[in-house]
Design a binder for this molecule. Structure first.
Ligand code: AMP
Ligand code: MN
Ligand code: MN
Length: 327
C-alpha cells in the first residue's frame, strides 16, 4: 500500500534530480505506455531532461502509437547511468528486460512506481500501491504532489492506462476511484469516444484474421475449467500481424461458461529456440493466476498474470494444468 510519505519521497527524489530516464515493462500495454508518456512528458514540459525507454525489440503496439512514441528508445540510452531511473508499471527489475537489473543498479538513483501485488520493491524509492487500479492513477498522484499542470496530452495518456487496465471499466479493479479519476481526466478535456476510436477502432483486417486463427486453436481442458489457445509464428506470418496484435483475444477465452482460467500461449518472433510467452486470466476472484505465473517464473495480478517458459507450448500448458490440479 502506498502512502502519502511514499508519494512525498518520490516527488522529493525527482525534485532533486533534473535528468530522468523513464522506463516501462517489456511488451508494454496501455497502462505501461500511458504511464511512460504521462509522467515523462509532464516532467519534460516542466523543464526536466527526460529520456524514454521501452525495453525489448518487438515493435511497439500500433494501438498506442498516437501517444507519440517516436523518441522512445529500445536499448537503454547510452547515458542511462547519468540519470535517475523511474520505472512504471513494472513488478520487478526483470520486467525491464535483460538489461533491467543492471540499468537499475547503474542509475544515479531509482524510483519504482507500480501497482502489482507481487512487486519486489527493487528500487531505492518504491511508490507501490497494489490497490491502485492502474499505474497511471499513481502517476497522477505524483504529478499533483509535484504541483505540475496536467496538459491534455498527459491527461489522454493517463486515461489510456485507466481504460485498458480496467478492461474498459469492466474488471474487478473498475473501482469508484477509477471512475472518479476518469471523470477528472474528462474534465481536463479527454474525449472518451475519441480515445476509444484511437485504441480500439480502425484495425487492419490482419488483426481480425489473426484473432480467427487463434480462436480456432481453442482447447477446453480439465473438463472445461481451462481454456487454452495458441499463437504460432505461422499465424503471424499468414496474417502479416505482429505479436502485439493478439491482445484482447484472451478475454474471449475467459468468457466461456465454466472456464476458470484462460491461457494464451504465444511463440514470440524475437524469442530464441523454444521460448513461449503465456498470458493468464482468472474468471473467478478466488483463483489466483499470479500464483501459477510465479511457478513459471513470471508474475502479475490475481486476475491477470503471465510468464515465459524456456520450452514448448505443451510445456506451458502442462505447468498450468499441474498447478490447477494441485490439491
Ligand atoms: P499480459 O497477459 O501480457 O497482458 O500480462 C498480464 C499481467 O501479467 C500484467 O500485469 C503483466 O505485467 C504481468 N506479466 C505478464 N508477463 C509477465 C512476466 N513474464 N513476468 C511478470 N509479470 C508478467
Ligand atoms: Mn502493464
Ligand atoms: Mn498496469
Amino acid at each position: 500500500m502506498s502512502s502519502q510519505s511514499d508519494i512525498a519521497a518520490a516527488a522529493a527524489l525527482l525534485r532533486e534530480h533534473p535528468r530522468i530516464l523513464v522506463a516501462c515493462h517489456e511488451s508494454p500495454d496501455g497502462d505501461a505506455l500511458g504511464s511512460l508518456i504521462g509522467v515523462g512528458r509532464s516532467l519534460q514540459d516542466a523543464g526536466w531532461d527526460v529520456a524514454f525507454w521501452a525495453p525489448g525489440d518487438a515493435p511497439l503496439p500500433a494501438d498506442y502509437l498516437w501517444l507519440g512514441l517516436a523518441d522512445v528508445a529500445r536499448p537503454p540510452p547510452a547515458d542511462a547511468s547519468e540519470r535517475v531511473l523511474l520505472a512504471v508499471d513494472c513488478g520487478s527489475a526483470e520486467r525491464l528486460g535483460a538489461d533491467g537489473a543492471a540499468t537499475v543498479a547503474g542509475a544515479v538513483a531509482s524510483l519504482n512506481l507500480d501497482h502489482h501485488g507481487d512487486n519486489t520493491r527493487f528500487a531505492g524509492v518504491n511508490l507501490v500501491d497494489a490497490a491502485s487500479p492502474c499505474a497511471t492513477i499513481l502517476v497522477l498522484s505524483l504529478l499533483r504532489e509535484l504541483g505540475l499542470p496536467i496538459s491534455l496530452e498527459v491527461a489522454e495518456a493517463l486515461y489510456v492506462g485507466v481504460v485498458t487496465d480496467t478492461g474498459r471499466f469492466m474488471y474487478a479493479n473498475a473501482t469508484a476511484e477509477s471512475h472518479r479519476v476518469a471523470a477528472e481526466l474528462i474534465e481536463l478535456g479527454v474525449d472518451p469516444a475519441e480515445i476509444f476510436r484511437r485504441i480500439y477502432e480502425g484495425k487492419p483486417a490482419a488483426r481480425v484474421e489473426l484473432m480467427a486463427r487463434i480462436l480456432s486453436s481453442l482447447e477446453l481442458r480439465l473438463d472445461g475449467r481451462l481454456a487454452v489457445a495458441y499463437v504460432t509464428i505461422a499465424d503471424l506470418d499468414a496474417t502479416n500481424a505482429g505479436e502485439a496484435d493478439s491482445e484482447g483475444v484472451i478475454d474471449f477465452l475467459r468468457s466461456i461458461e465454466g472456464v476458470e482460467v484462460a491461457a494464451l500461449v504465444r511463440a514470440p518472433r524475437s524469442g530464441e529456440g523454444k521460448v513461449h510467452k503465456c498470458s493468464l486470466r482468472s474468471a473467478q476472484p478466488e483463483i489466483d493466476v499470479a500464483r501459477i505465473a510465479h511457478v513459471g517464473g513470471g508474475g502479475g495480478h490475481t486476475l491477470a498474470a503471465g510468464f515465459t517458459v524456456d520450452g514448448s507450448a505443451a510445456d506451458a500448458v502442462m505447468l498450468i494444468e499441474r498447478e490447477m490440479t494441485r490439491a
